[in-house]
Structure formats: structure tokens, C-alpha cells
Design a protein around this ligand. Structure first.
Ligand SMILES: [Zn+2]
Length: 501
């Protein structure tokens, strides 16, 4: 049970954090006007959808059943938010949708597109806002064929453009990360409560005075962050891409080359970015059809900035296929990876396979694989899978180190990452966690905004060390931990199979 003092400390801290956020972030979800006629952007810009305010459902989403939904609003930059002056800050619009297709227009110009999997973004609306400035935003959303559509979130975020001052919302997130880590040492929470009580709210009308007060508070609790900096979150860029699912195979090839080209471009600008990708079948297609891209990928692999988490020819189904098929997946996959990239892959990267036969450790070990990685075992609403890192032994006695990766298709959301890393540490006692930033399920990979957010948080004293690494390096020390549990064998089903589903 949480001690009473911790609860009251946490309440005070959370209240102050919410107030700080309200000084530089504003929810605009209730301000959209909507229409369901599929008109052009010119008509939307000219006539708007002024008569119909979009209704929010009980989750705060704007939902519609089928077809197209236009959402329009004009953002007028206020002088201040809760008394905090905004002039000169940059403005981003954070959006999350559930839609087959999403087009974002700013002042009538299409500036970004997304889909069901590329479903979250932070659009730069202005690099330096002026009070009274008007920005019109229009969203054209198309509902998924199999489901209702929804605009899940729309949030205006005003950010500082200088390192000298940090906007209140950023410091709020830093304090929230610290609050989360103090969950390991709740006796230190009162120090944070006492520091937060020193925020000079009366200074709000004088922005720089208020910001100085926040920096003062920030530095007064930095002595609490030493233990956070002893921890590390390893980043590996990722872009899950099913070879065949809701699209044709020709689209898979197209998405693959666009994803790989996007990663290579970003690596020019962000040289620390390390990206991993599975599926030798995709590399073979790229080799044949885009030799220029293939050579560039080979160079990045040789430079240690691109990791082939291959092992198997594709990321296969592993409940139904025969042992012969699994052997050939491994044989063709490892043979290709060794021939083209110099050595076999020690990682079986299967984040999205819907279950695993009990004999896999035997197959993996015989194919030179040392690590099995998935996250799919979380997909169980009845039996919660209890382990994060564990030894998995097949009936013949072969044993492989196994690792539950974080979720795939995620961005760089510091609070989500800190929460995940704390939960991981609670579960496994490991102070190093992995995070896989990158749009996925339909390719995509890391975005520029993710990398910019990562760079900003890398400098924060309130966040664990944040380093790009490879899946292999970030997991290679774990098997040395002697106390990892051994996964019990599953019962034999009436049909004679032994699967983990
Ligand atoms: Zn998938």
C-alpha cells in the first residue's frame, strides 16, 4: 500500500505538473467544425464547415462511421495561456487519428499525409508565434474499411526555441519523469514536493522571471536525478512491415524502398540514428530492383548503423507451418544474410507472430541464433505473460535467451518511455531498457520529429541516458544475468502440439 504521505505528495506534484502544462499546451479537440461531404480543399477553405461543431464521444474522440470526414478550425494565437505569454514560441499541433488516410492542410496547403499505421504526428504550425496570428487547419480523414474512424487527439504545444529557457510543459514532463522514478525511492518524494512549492506563480506576467523561477526549481531537485542517469534507454529505429496483410505485395515492395530511403536520408542528418530491419526477402528484392539503395544499406550495415535482425527469410507464422518450413526459413535467411552482409544474424526478430511452437529454441540454436525477440506474447487478454527476459528451453533441451521487446510502432514520447522503463525494471530488475521508435505495421520508420524530440531529451538531466544502439548490443549482456527465469513448457494439446500462443 502506498503510504499516506506519498499519496498526498503525489497529489500536490501532479496538480503543479498539470498547471505547468496548461501554460504551454492547449487541447483543441472541442473546437473542430466538421462536414462529411467529400469536397475539395479549396471549397473547405472558402466555405468552411462553420455550421457544424464536431461532437466528442465519451472518450473525447471525434468519431464517424464511414467515408470522408473534413475537420476544420482556425487557430487564433492568444496572448497567453493561463497567464504565460506565448510570443516568439514555436507552435506544434500534435494529432492522433484512427483513419485509413489522413491529410493535413495548413492555410490551404497539404503539408503531411498519414494512414492507419502512420497515425500520430506533431505538425509545425509556426516557428515563432505572434498573438492574434491566425492559422487555418483542415484535416481530411477517411475511415478504415473495417471500422469507424476517429480523431483521437489534437493538442497545441508551444515550445521554446532556445536552450536558455524551457517552456513550462517541458519542465512539467521532466518533473513527471522524476516523480515516476521516485516511485523506487518514495521517501525522497517530499524533496520534490518542497521544490515545487517554490514555483513563483505570481511571476507569471513576467515571462522571463517565471522561467527563471522554474529553472531554479529544476536545479534544486537535480540532486535527485543521479540515480536516473545511472539508467539507460537504448533506442533502435524500427519499421514493422508485414509482407502481406491489408495490401498487395507490390505495395509492400514500394513501402519497403520508401522506408529504407527515408531512413538513409535521416541518417545523413542524424548520424547517431541506428535502424534495424528483419526479412532477408525484402533485402533480396531491394538488391534486385534498387541496387543503389542496396549498396547504401550495405555501407550502413558495415558502419554499424543498420542492423539486420534477420535469421528467418520473412517474419513467418509459427503455429501452423511444419518443421521443414521453419528450417528453410532459417537456412535461406541466414545463408542470404551471411553472403550479403558478412555474418549470420544472431537475432530471431519476431515481434508480430501470433504464437510460437515449443521446438523453436532447438531450430534457432542450430541456425546460429542467440536471441529470440518478440512482443506478441503481450497480446493476451486472459493469461498475462509474466516474464520480460527469460530462458526458453525446447523439449530436446536446447535453450535460448528470450526477450520481450517494447511495443512496436511507437514514437518518442518521454513519459511513455519512462513509464515503460520503470515497469520493465520492476518486472526484471534491469536498469537498461530498449525502445523502438518508428512508424510501423506498414513501414515508415523513425521521423524527423521523433529524432528532434530524442535530441532534446538526451540533454535533460531528468531522463535516463538515451542512446541509439543495436538490438544485439542492448540485449547481449542480459543472458549473463544468472537469475533469469526458465519458461515452463506448455501443456501438450489434444492434437499433440506444444505451442505458446
Ligand atoms: Zn505485423
Amino acid at each position: 500500500m502506498t503510504p499516506r504521505t506519498s499519496q498526498s505528495d503525489n497529489n500536490l506534484i501532479s496538480t503543479a505538473i498539470a498547471r505547468l502544462r496548461s501554460c504551454s499546451q492547449v487541447d483543441i479537440q472541442a473546437n473542430w467544425h466538421c462536414c462529411t461531404t467529400d469536397v475539395s480543399i479549396a471549397e473547405v477553405t472558402q466555405f468552411g464547415c462553420h455550421n457544424s461543431v464536431a461532437q466528442l464521444n465519451h472518450k473525447g474522440h471525434i468519431a464517424w462511421s464511414t467515408g470522408v470526414l473534413w475537420l476544420v478550425q482556425q487557430i487564433v494565437i492568444p496572448q497567453d495561456l493561463d497567464g504565460y505569454f506565448l510570443e516568439g514560441l514555436c507552435l506544434r499541433l500534435a494529432l492522433t487519428w484512427w483513419a485509413e488516410s489522413a491529410q493535413i492542410y495548413v492555410n490551404g496547403c497539404l503539408i503531411q499525409e498519414g494512414d492507419l499505421f502512420d497515425c500520430s504526428t506533431r505538425v509545425l504550425l509556426s516557428p515563432s508565434v505572434q498573438p492574434g496570428q491566425k492559422i487555418s487547419v483542415a484535416l481530411r480523414l477517411v475511415s478504415p474499411a473495417h471500422d469507424h474512424g476517429a480523431l483521437v487527439r489534437s493538442l497545441c504545444i508551444y515550445e521554446s526555441t532556445t536552450d536558455h529557457y524551457l517552456e513550462p510543459g517541458f519542465i512539467a514532463d521532466e518533473l513527471a519523469v522524476l516523480q515516476r522514478y521516485l516511485g523506487f525511492t518514495p521517501e525522497k518524494l517530499p524533496f520534490l514536493t518542497a521544490a515545487i512549492a517554490e514555483i513563483d506563480w505570481l511571476a507569471l506576467p513576467d515571462r522571463h522571471k517565471f522561467e527563471r523561477s522554474l529553472l531554479q526549481v529544476r536545479s534544486s531537485v537535480q540532486f535527485l536525478t543521479d540515480e536516473i542517469k545511472q539508467r539507460c534507454i537504448y533506442l533502435v529505429g524500427h519499421a514493422h512491415l508485414d509482407l502481406a496483410w491489408l495490401w498487395s505485395i507490390s505495395e509492400t515492395w514500394d513501402v519497403a524502398q520508401r522506408t529504407f530511403a527515408s531512413v538513409l536520408n535521416l541518417q545523413q542528418e542524424f548520424p547517431k540514428l541506428i535502424f534495424c530491419h528483419s526479412t532477408p526477402a525484402l533485402y533480396a528484392w531491394i538488391e534486385q530492383h534498387r541496387p543503389d539503395l542496396f549498396v547504401a544499406i550495405q555501407q550502413q550495415i558495415a558502419a554499424g548503423r543498420w542492423e539486420v535482425v534477420g535469421g528467418l527469410w520473412v517474419e513467418p507464422e509459427l503455429n501452423l507451418i511444419s518443421g521443414e518450413s521453419i528450417v528453410r526459413q532459417l537456412l535461406y535467411g541466414q545463408r542470404y544474410v551471411r553472403e550479403k552482409f558478412g555474418s549470420v544474424s544472431p537475432v530471431a526478430w519476431l515481434p508480430d507472430s501470433f504464437g510460437f511452437c515449443a521446438t523453436l529454441p532447438q531450430f534457432f540454436k542450430q541456425a546460429g541464433i542467440e536471441y529470440f525477440v518478440t512482443q506478441k506474447l503481450r497480446w493476451n487478454d486472459t493469461t498475462e505473460f509474466p516474464y520480460g527476459a527469460f530462458w526458453w528451453r525446447s523439449p530436446d533441451g536446447s535453450q535460448i535467451f528470450s526477450f520481450m521487446s517494447p511495443l512496436i510502432g511507437e514514437g518518442v514520447d518521454p513519459l511513455k518511455m519512462a513509464t515503460y522503463a520503470c515497469d520493465w525494471e520492476t518486472q526484471t530488475s534491469l536498469t537498461e531498457a530498449l525502445w523502438l521508435p518508428g512508424v510501423g505495421d506498414h513501414g515508415g520508420g523513425p521521423t524527423r520529429d521523433m529524432l528532434e524530440v530524442q535530441l532534446r531529451w538526451q540533454q535533460s538531466p531528468f531522463f535516463p541516458r538515451l542512446e541509439f544502439s543495436t538490438a544485439e548490443r542492448s540485449t547481449s549482456l542480459l543472458p549473463l544475468l544468472p537469475l533469469l527465469p526458465l519458461l515452463p513448457q506448455p501443456p501438450i494439446s489434444p492434437s499433440g502440439t506444444m505451442n505458446y500462443i
